[in-house]
Design a protein around this ligand. Structure first.
Ligand code: CAA
Length: 259
């Protein structure tokens, strides 16, 4: 079935796909249908050998203004438990290919959390990041208290989570939440450019390197180092390692096959 609330653009650059959240009137609020379509699209791109990196964007006004408040406002705790909306997020978390968020305008609540679930964030000068759930009488539920704190530290995370204040792209860059700020008219183009740079690498090495960096968030240094070393050794079983090193010695660009 064709998705209705997202648009999938294939091959926007070599080996790069782009998923656009497409509920502009609702500032790309993340309802259950949209999140289900996003999960399915990511799983499809994960299985596609022609895709090595993925860009996720909204539009110029909003990346996403959070979970859909209107959809969840009447729910009981048991409804929330049964709906289990975060199982979708758990699947997205397991995507092994690198995902780059292209953020312009609002990235709030679940929108900020979705951007943080990506591996890098390219932001326009108009980007605003926030966890305003506290103003709704709740709190972040899709990783905001954890990923934001790890990214920006306790002081700013506490302030954002307890006051709901939005931070600017400049503050986000300064705090280490995002990778770069670009002019608003270029935000998507620059994200695709970064994705294309990534997609030129060995897809196997990309997946294992992403896995190892993420391991740093939930392991001791010693466990993380052991994990890193295993992935490093494992890559010597790949054709891409032979090709990458041979190309270096022969002073040419490598031709990675993902094998
Ligand atoms: N859910 C549902 N609808 C939303 C929405 C959301 N999170 N955010 C915006 N919209 C809708 C508005 O209701 C409005 O729809 P109508 O035209 O039908 O009234 C439309 O999008 C445009 O929004 P505004 O008129 O409010 O636009 P604005 O420019 O005046 O304000 C804004 C923009 C500051 C982002 C404001 O819309 C806002 O505060 N949105 C809510 C942000 C928020 O609280 N997000 C957290 C959600 S909870 C969550 O995400 C939980 C979690 O951890 C998973």
């Amino acid at each position: 079935m064709q998705p209705e609330l997202i648009i999938i653009h294939q091959q926007v650059a070599p080996y790069v796909a782009h998923i656009q959240l497409n509920r502009p009137k609702d500032l790309n609020a993340l309802n259950l249908q949209l999140m289900g379509e996003l999960r399915d699209a990511l799983k499809q791109l994960e299985a596609d050998n022609q895709v090595r990196a993925i860009v996720l964007s909204g539009d110029e006004r909003a990346f996403a203004a959070g979970a859909d408040i209107k959809q969840m406002m009447g729910n009981s705790a048991i409804d929330m438990y049964n709906i289990d909306q975060f199982s979708t997020w758990d699947t997205i978390k397991k995507i092994k290919k690198p995902i780059i968020a292209a953020v312009s305008g609002f990235a709030l609540g679940g929108g900020c959390e979705l951007a943080m679930l990506c591996d890098m964030i390219v932001a326009s000068e108009t980007a605003r990041f926030g966890q305003p759930e506290i103003k709704l009488g709740v709190m972040p539920g899709a990783g905001g208290t954890q990923r934001l704190t790890r990214a920006v530290g306790k002081a700013l995370a506490m302030e954002m989570v307890l006051t709901g204040r939005f931070i600017t792209a400049q503050e986000a860059l300064h705090a280490g939440l995002i990778n770069r700020i670009v002019p608003v008219e270029l935000f998507l183009q620059e994200a695709i450019k970064l994705a294309a740079e990534v997609a030129a690498m060995s897809p196997l090495a990309l997946k294992m390197a992403k896995e190892a960096v993420l391991k740093a968030f939930d392991s001791s240094l010693e466990e993380g180092l052991v994990f890193e070393r295993k992935n490093f050794y494992l890559l010597f079983a790949s054709d891409d390692q032979k090709e990458g090193m041979k190309a270096f010695v022969e002073k040419r660009q490598p031709d990675f096959k993902g094998k």
